[in-house]
Design a protein around this ligand. Sequence first.
Ligand SMILES: Cc1cc2nc3c(=O)[nH]c(=O)nc-3n(C[C@H](O)[C@H](O)[C@H](O)COP(=O)(O)O)c2cc1C
Length: 203
Amino acid sequence: MTFKPLDKKDLNPDPTDQFASWFEEATQTKSICLPEAFCLSTTSPKGDPEGRMVLLKGFDSTGFVFYTNAHSAKGCSLKKEPRAALTFYWSELGKQIRIHGKTKRTSVDEADAYFATRPKESQIGAWASLQSEVLESRDILEKRFDEFSKKFEGQVVPRPPHWVGYCLVPHLFEFWQERPNRLHDRFCYQKIASGWTLTRLYP
Ligand SMILES: Cc1cc2nc3c(=O)[nH]c(=O)nc-3n(C[C@H](O)[C@H](O)[C@H](O)COP(=O)(O)O)c2cc1C
């Protein structure tokens, strides 16, 4: 498959707007089932690199928001080293986006509001899962799910205090467009005091 070239003049001077335009294209592409899925790369407290898929739940000029368990491996990593990287890849479009930045917790109100929109079973799942801890058997997890289902029967499920949002505030974006012969187009935005620089990189 050949894709349209990517030229500097095609790129929005604001990288968040550029992200919005590619994300919209990915969202409109029916064969992409999870356009909002990205690899979240962090550094463990021991200094090891680690990555896993997470879902993007919102973005604007202030940053990119995802939700997880603050007691999970990634939560512990982000507590010690808040710098992280997000990588999106949409093979159908031949597009990759990398975003580097520093994470901070979203407000409690924002996390409460988003948690309230989730299906009740997912809300109960958030209470039942001690994410990233050793689980001796699947039965234990299902038993915990049943116990929390009973506990919250007929009630609004409150957000577990450890179920939190993180907002990555970016200082670098890279937009990568697949091209023939591995001569791909790559552009990098870097934050400076007056805005963003935009440079082409060798593929
Ligand atoms: C497509 C996809 C989306 C996922 N989205 C999330 C998410 O939004 N939040 C989350 O905590 N885990 C999500 N996960 C699970 C994580 O990849 C991971 O297994 C989990 O968060 C534990 O990671 P950790 O032990 O590194 O903290 C997702 C997994 C996949 C495959």
